[in-house]
Design a protein around this ligand. Structure first.
Ligand code: ATP
Length: 314
């Protein structure tokens, strides 16, 4: 087939813990990741040229070789030159629904969609583990974005182990359009302030990873115990982002003052998410928080947990 459309969901982190430093310059992380139904649509089409051309309605998205979707094509061309040579250039149209630079892995999800799409379009015959290995070369969140759902991510975030799917949980996403947080800044500041707490002994890293894996949040996920999940949300990066961005902190507090199961910052922020088990309640809370904050820069979305990663649209 000459063209494919793929759904590329955003993610939130239910748990983000920074364990220590790695020799490759990244952080050793343990994260519990969750896909949500808010996603981009990626259209791939052979364009009969040798070029990779990008199109996106959102002016915040770069349309050059810095775009992760572009990088994904280049990576496949480099790794599989003989197979990809037959197919020539490609047009990538990104229907951007995921807020940009928001801690929701929008770029990573786009790259994941390109890898899954090219595997089909160019008959590469790669397995999902092989696609994830390729994805890890583009970014730590890309392997998770490929398979999605609910999963625990370790290493620098690229090692993925699925957890039982969460079902029917409503997720309010809220983001100030005039605030963005650099992921690099958040992790570097965390290192400056908290590296004295880092674990470096590989045995202890393993032990901490195991504790989280067999801990209460994973148990609550297995039982679909929403109340516990809401109570156990955890994100180390809040310790550096919230003191710097008081509006994000106030937004979390605004949600917590309502009848939500829990509210927290996603990834390095600045997006805040709140969990609710009933749709009507979630809608009401979203409106109430919007009204109480009363800032035209605050955007909110109501979405649901999503049991899958990249999906090919028929
Ligand atoms: P993560 O949660 O993985 O750190 P994020 O959600 O914080 O990611 P992205 O939406 O991926 O952030 O965007 C971060 C930056 O990446 C943007 O400012 C943009 O310049 C660049 N970028 C590159 N490719 C894309 C893409 N396909 N979609 C959005 N941003 C992209």
């Amino acid at each position: 087939m000459q063209s494919y459309s793929l759904f590329a969901p955003a993610k939130i982190n239910l748990h983000l813990e920074i364990i220590g430093d790695r020799t490759d310059g990244y952080h050793e992380l343990v994260m519990i990741m969750q896909s949500v139904n808010l996603g981009d649509i990626i259209h791939l089409r052979a364009n009969g040229t040798d070029e990779i051309r990008l199109f996106c309605q959102n002016p915040q998205v770069p349309l050059d070789d810095t775009n992760l979707a572009y990088k994904a094509v280049r990576l496949v061309q480099e790794k599989y030159p003989t197979l990809s040579r037959n197919y020539g250039g490609i047009d990538i149209t990104i229907e951007k629904n995921i807020p940009v630079a928001a801690g929701l892995a929008g770029g990573s999800s786009n790259a994941a969609a390109v890898l899954v799409g090219l595997n089909l379009m160019w008959n590469l015959g790669l397995t999902q583990p092989e696609l994830k290995d390729l994805g890890a070369l583009l970014g730590s969140d890309v392997p998770f974005c490929i398979s999605g759902g609910t999963a625990i991510a370790t290493g620098r975030g690229e090692q993925i182990e699925p957890l039982p799917d969460l079902k029917n949980l409503w997720v309010i996403l809220a983001k100030y359009s005039n605030i963005s947080v650099s992921t690099g800044w958040a992790y570097n500041t965390y290192r400056e302030l908290f590296n004295h707490e880092y674990i470096s002994n590989p045995q202890e890293v393993k032990q901490r990873t195991h504790e989280i894996h067999s801990g209460n949040l994973v148990k609550a996920i297995s039982k679909n115990d929403y109340k516990q999940i809401g109570a156990l949300l955890y994100n180390d990066l809040e310790k550096v982002v919230l003191p710097e961005y008081s509006a994000v902190n106030e937004l979390i507090e605004a949600f917590k003052s309502k009848n939500v199961l829990g509210a927290m910052m996603s990834g390095s922020g600045p997006t805040v998410f709140a969990l609710c088990d009933k749709k009507e309640e979630a809608e009401t809370i979203m409106e109430e928080v919007k009204e109480s904050i009363n800032d035209p820069n605050l955007d909110c979305w109501l979405t649901q947990v999503c049991p899958h990663g990249i999906m090919v649209n028929q």
